[in-house]
Design a protein around this ligand. Structure first.
Ligand code: C2E
Ligand code: MG
Ligand code: MG
Ligand code: MG
Length: 296
């Protein structure tokens, strides 16, 4: 059974190795082979205009289909990939796959939309990111404006010189940078000041969105409204993450939020399923037919 799991999976389970260590060990050796064995897949989640319901973008999210464990979500293996250096290969694979796919959609005459990829902090902080990205765009013939990168605030806390040069490089290339999970970091506001003009999009974290209410009694309402106004003042786009209800959507519409992402419109879906959505171009909120919104 051990051999079936992959060539690097030495099952040296000694008494000094506890079950947790073994699990990580086995996860790592399996992940090492995941790319070669074609077990990785990108799912895409639409980003939607709250007024027209047009699909105006997508986020690529990695999935790992393990033959025994089933679908493994990124939260279970991304940090391990970062610790073991596997994220180098994984990150290149994600970028290349997303660019190839987006170009295929464009060549099939589907609406042209930017697709964003998530960058881990380690990968973001390397000059090779820029070279590597230029090569990928060239190879895939995707225009830079159709690739976006999502980074977290922690990426910005590292070596300031490198951060500036990478952000500047991406700007020169014409690739937009989004600040993911915005509002949850240590220095959300000071990041905006320090990196003014280098960050194009704020993605309001789901923790603020989930408590939005139409009677506006929750602090999340004020914080969300403030982030949206801030983004407008600073000439940035703003995306609300994790929108699940039509009430949240209505509140965000009232606050003039540009872009909505969340289960209310669609979960992240496979390439084939996303293509079907993109073919329609628009996507309706899932609740609107089932909930009696006008009935108070
Ligand atoms: P993220 O970039 O903040 O992505 C948003 C996460 O929220 C995704 O989880 C998405 O499926 C989930 N989500 C979207 N809408 C809703 C909603 O309405 N309700 C709820 N409850 N959840 C929603 P996922 O795909 O499991 O990814 C988790 C995290 O893993 C991502 O957070 C990102 O930080 C990381 N990740 C995903 N793909 C990659 C990748 O290719 N590379 C790297 N470095 N990190 C990745
Ligand atoms: Mg993201
Ligand atoms: Mg996020
Ligand atoms: Mg996140």
């Amino acid at each position: 059974k051990a051999k079936e799991l992959g060539k690097n999976n030495f099952q040296v389970y000694t008494s000094s190795m506890n079950a947790q260590t073994f699990k990580i060990f086995s996860l790592e050796s399996n992940l090492r082979n995941a790319i070669d064995l074609n077990q990785l897949e990108l799912y895409y989640q639409p980003k939607v205009c709250p007024n027209t319901y047009d699909i105006i973008g997508a986020e690529a999210l990695i999935r790992w289909n393990h033959p025994e464990w089933g679908l493994v979500l990124p939260d279970e293996f991304i940090s391990l990939a970062e610790e073991t250096g596997l994220d180098i290969e994984l990150g290149s694979w994600v970028k290349r796959t997303a660019c190839i796919q987006n170009k295929l959609w464009q060549d099939a005459n589907l609406p042209k939309i930017p697709v964003s990829i998530n960058l881990s902090a380690n990968r973001f902080l390397e000059h090779s990111l820029l070279i590597n990205t230029v090569e990928t765009l060239k190879e895939t013939k995707l225009e830079p404006k159709y690739l976006e990168v999502e980074i977290t605030e922690t990426s910005l806390l590292e070596n300031e010189k490198i951060v500036f040069s990478v952000l500047g490089g991406l700007k020169e290339l014409g690739i937009k940078v989004a600040l993911d999970d915005f509002g949850t970091g240590y220095s959300s506001l000071s990041s905006l000041k320090r990196f003014k003009g280098l960050i194009d999009i704020l993605k309001i974290d789901r923790t603020f969105i989930k408590d939005l209410s139409e009677i506006e009694t929750d602090d999340s309402n004020f914080i969300t409204n403030m982030i949206i106004q801030l983004s407008q003042q600073l000439k940035m786009e703003v995306v609300a993450e994790g929108v699940e209800t039509s009430e949240q959507l209505q509140v965000l519409r009232n606050y003039n939020c540009n872009t909505i992402q969340g289960y209310l419109f669609s979960k992240p879906v496979s390439t084939a399923d996303f293509e079907k959505l993109l073919r329609k171009g628009k996507i309706m909120p899932l609740e609107s037919n089932t909930e009696d919104e006008d009935f108070i």
